[in-house]
Design a protein. Sequence first.
Length: 333
Amino acid sequence: MLLVVLALGTGCGPGPLATPDPASAPPQAAPEAPSPSLTSAPTALAIDPGNVDPQPPPEPIWSGSDPTGSTVPFHPAIDPQGRIWVGAAKQNRFLVFDRDGQFIESWGTAGSAEGEINFMHNGDSFGGIAFASDGGFFVSESGNRRVSRFDSDRNFQFAFGSFGTGDDQFLVPNAIALDAADNVYVHDDELNVTKMFNPDGHFVRTVAEGSQPMVSVTGDGHVYAAMWQPNLLNEYDPDGVLVRSIDLDGLVARPRAADVKVDAKGHIWISSVTERGPADLADKLVELDRDGTLLHRWDGLAVTQFVIDPQGDRLYATFWEQPFLAAYALPGT
């Protein structure tokens, strides 16, 4: 099973600090594992962007929005029932849609107390949600500089993290993902690194130093992260060791890819959105096979974050400053 999630933005700076009640926080962490050395990085795999003709963006199967029309959805994720959850920008809650795009409900209470949510940092929204094997979920919140754990009935269980640069602290926690063992991976957008925690919130290691604000994790714990410089997509093994790099130059634009996901077949999906750089590299979605061969390329699709349906036939996407979520049929389905 593949569990992945989402990221957006690179804000920084101090903000309101809220930490969980010590009585409800997880016990003290075990001694941390050292970060792996990346001194023997492999040669980057080059992709030929000319071997696949670009296609125009397809028409969406459906698009859905907040019934009030008052928010920009971000960071889509899929719960165990197949429903799509998206963050509601600046409202500190989630919107929930069914597979056919029908709005079901909103969930979440804004605030800094236990079980409350604050995505806001420097006037923008950063955070996400990832679902655990027992139906519970973890929520990352940049405004509260923490990750909160809820059970399958949405009851608060515990939180970990506080403001700072220590191993178990955050400046801007944003993208969040789980592996099949429910280990938690959180990207810090200010520190440009992903931090790994065990299911109880104990720090394990850092991985993907110098990475962009996104993270994708396979069920067996392989981490995929796009780097700021050079323009690479790196794959790390479950011990945090760099095992492969894919050169994104000529394929997607810098300053950044917008999101990356790995589907159940092991295919790698990358979206690119930029207001700078070559126009022919901006606003696109590409699919690579597990060996890095380019399979599909959609140009003109400004996807900021996306998630692939576990059934393998649809992709759900959010867009830069657009107030809707859209579903697309994947090629060949």
